[in-house]
Ligand binder design. Structure first.
Ligand SMILES: Nc1ncnc2c1ncn2[C@@H]1O[C@H](COP(=O)(O)OP(=O)(O)O)[C@@H](O)[C@H]1O
Ligand SMILES: [Mg+2]
Length: 329
């Protein structure tokens, strides 16, 4: 990492699959030298809620000696959002900036190297394999590579291991539902957002309830649908109940909050006792993995496949198992 005299790694615009990240906007950061310093890094469309501790911790690890950090957690917990935020704040720590590689649309591990080469604008050469061309280009690079959504492509993770071994100033921030199990990997479990205890929320003021990150996210997304929405003494306990019922999972909270135009928090909470068919119909341009498969192809994945077979987020998430819960017991 270096903070002096930034140079550009390449002049390109962002190369990414916007269909997978349409809640974000492609916006290359321009460094002091005028070069693109954040290739493929996307500017979020909505404000980040909470996560101060996680951001400080992750930045601290990269400013220390960690070279491979993996944000771990189930789909919808906020790994990608956190990775974008951390990478954005580290742009000036790396002489060659940050490169964001979205892998969610890539289904074949054999195509990971090619996808990375595309984002880095490395042209194929007959005399070298793509992995060799990547290693050659990155050997002298002082760069943070963000590899988003690796869990379905674990067979390709040794490529990252060998790039880290041969490129001494390269660092990698990966997001995945499972560990990569690479040498030197620093696993960083991403927890759900903080939620009030619904039992004690009855006695808390709306201001106190509104201090929890999950509630702040709910209120902010509810306002996008119903600008007049506010946390009041009449609805604070129900909002706390919704956030607790959804276990602080940002994706589920966003989908629930989008319903406030038609349902009060109390009605929403009551419906959440029923099968999760309520939480469908999120943004049409949400990442494919986060969309309602009823409105998409049956191949759509993530929590929807699981939730539609179970009665609640609670049963889903406990069946999947939250590693941070286990470690705290
Ligand atoms: N801290 C946060 N503040 C605001 N929105 C968030 C936060 N964490 C996640 N989100 C939103 O929740 C949704 C799911 O988050 P995402 O990062 O895509 O989850 P994951 O990568 O773990 O599947 C996205 O729409 C994202 O923008
Ligand atoms: Mg993600």
């Amino acid at each position: 990492m270096a903070s002096d005299h930034p140079r550009k790694l390449r002049n390109g615009g962002a190369v990414t699959e916007l269909s997978e990240h349409s809640h974000l906007v492609s916006l290359p950061t321009i460094g002091p030298s005028g070069g693109a310093r954040a290739t493929g890094l996307l500017a979020p469309m909505t404000a980040l809620v909470g996560r101060d501790e996680e951001i400080t911790a992750a930045i601290g690890l990269f400013r220390g000696d960690v070279r491979l950090l993996t944000f771990l957690g189930p789909g919808g917990v906020g790994k990608s959002r956190l990775a974008v935020e951390v990478a954005g704040r580290l742009v000036d720590d790396f002489r060659h900036g940050v490169v964001f590689v979205p892998l969610a649309p890539v289904l074949d591990p054999a195509r990971v190297a090619e996808t990375m080469a595309q984002v880095l604008a490395i042209a194929p050469r007959p005399e070298a394999s793509i992995a060799e061309a990547l290693a050659e280009r990155l050997r002298g690079a002082d760069l943070l590579l963000v590899i988003d959504n690796l869990e379905h492509l674990l067979e390709a993770s040794p490529l990252l291991g060998s790039l880290l071994a041969t490129c001494p100033r390269l660092r990698v921030l990966a997001t995945s539902r499972v560990r990569l199990h690479l040498h030197g990997e620093h696993a960083f479990p991403v927890s759900p957002l903080s939620t009030p205890d619904p039992a004690s929320a009855q006695t808390l003021s709306p201001e106190r309830v509104g201090e929890f990150s999950a509630v702040r996210l709910f209120v902010s997304r509810a306002r996008a649908t119903s600008p007049e929405f506010a946390l009041t003494a009449a609805n604070a306990a129900a909002v706390a109940g919704i956030c607790a019922r959804l276990e602080g999972m940002p994706l589920a909270i966003e989908l629930a909050a989008a319903r406030t135009g038609v349902l009060s928090p109390a009605m929403l909470l009551a419906r959440l006792g029923q099968p999760l068919d309520l939480l469908h119909g999120g943004p049409r341009d949400a990442p494919l993995r986060h969309q309602d498969p009823g409105a998409r192809s049956p191949g759509a994945t993530t929590c929807w496949k699981r939730t539609r077979n179970r009665s609640s987020v609670a049963s889903r998430s406990s069946s999947v198992g939250f590693p941070w819960r286990r470690s705290r017991r």
